[in-house]
Design a protein. Structure first.
Length: 296
């Protein structure tokens, strides 16, 4: 009996070793991508990047332009187009599905609940969570990016207005704003705008590209004002000052709206967590008092 057990252990170990050797050899065949000109990966994504790279190389050649274009727009709007390519976004989705499914199967194996219907249900849940979680991540990044742009836009407009009124053109004003303004996504977008202009792109086209990348009503209004003023020869200082005043009023109204929403958002945590603890605390002393009085 002990000999059979030893043989079984050797066979299982050999199978695991061969599987590891095969996966390692397959991973080595996957070409490594040069990320020298891309932004660094987030820490969580860096841990699973070999799996993402493997999935990207498997499904990337089969993706069509109609599938890649919406992914590219999502990455641009969230400011992650220098972190991931559209192909890598699909690879991340596949890797996330695999990770969620593997974690679920491991839990089911440990609980000894392996059966056909639970496994099928797990695969459906894993696909739903793993496939759509990257979109939720991009949505959160986009919301954070938009909040930072709304916060910094009036400051940048003030720098541009001062530069234009001092005698610089709009390109010089934007360059001074990027040098003096706060760091953040808006600074990065203005730097990309300047790179487009230095490469020979017409100003109107460069502004339209920036508006399409950011996909925000505030930036669309700003770029539209610049394009229209450039076309008709209107005073840039007056137009930009009106833009700065409007953006600052919008920022104040947004802050006021968030402040008014705070009591409503606090109501659910208070009802679910805070009030029951108070009632339990008071009820305990009422119970002790009634017990001392002989009521209970």
């Amino acid at each position: 009996m002990s000999v059979l057990l030893v043989v079984l252990i050797i066979c299982v170990g050999g199978a695991a070793g061969l599987a590891f050797w095969g996966i390692n050899g397959f991973m080595r065949e996957v070409p490594q991508q040069d990320r020298h000109y891309q932004d660094p990966l987030p820490s969580g994504l860096r841990l699973i990047w070999p799996l993402v790279n493997l999935a990207t190389n498997l499904i990337g050649p089969h993706l069509t332009p109609t599938q890649l274009e919406p992914a590219h727009k999502k990455l641009q709007a969230s400011g992650q187009d220098f972190v991931l390519t559209p192909e890598q976004l699909y690879g991340l989705r596949v890797a996330a599905v695999f990770i969620v499914a593997a974690a679920g199967l491991l839990v089911m194996f440990m609980l000894d609940k392996l059966a056909l219907m639970p496994i099928l249900l797990l695969l459906v849940v894993a696909f739903s969570i793993g496939w759509y979680y990257p979109d939720l991540w991009l949505s959160e990044r986009r919301k954070k990016r938009q909040r930072m742009v709304i916060r910094d836009l009036p400051t940048f407009l003030d720098f541009i207005i001062m530069s234009v009124e001092a005698g610089l053109n709009i390109t010089g004003g934007i360059e001074q704003a990027t040098l003096k303004g706060p760091q953040g996504p808006l600074n990065q977008e203005f730097n990309r705008l300047l790179r487009d202009l230095r490469s020979g792109l017409p100003r109107a086209e460069a502004l339209r590209r920036m508006s399409d990348r950011m996909d925000m009503s505030q930036m669309s209004s700003f770029t539209g004002t610049l394009i229209q003023a450039d076309r008709v020869g209107a005073s840039l200082g007056v137009a930009l000052r009106a833009q700065a005043t409007q953006r600052r009023e919008e920022r104040f109204l947004r802050a006021e709206k968030l402040a008014l929403e705070a009591p409503v958002k606090m109501m659910l945590p208070l009802v679910m967590f805070f009030f029951p603890l108070i009632f339990l605390f008071l009820g305990y002393f009422i119970f002790l008092r009634m017990k001392q009085e002989g009521i209970l």
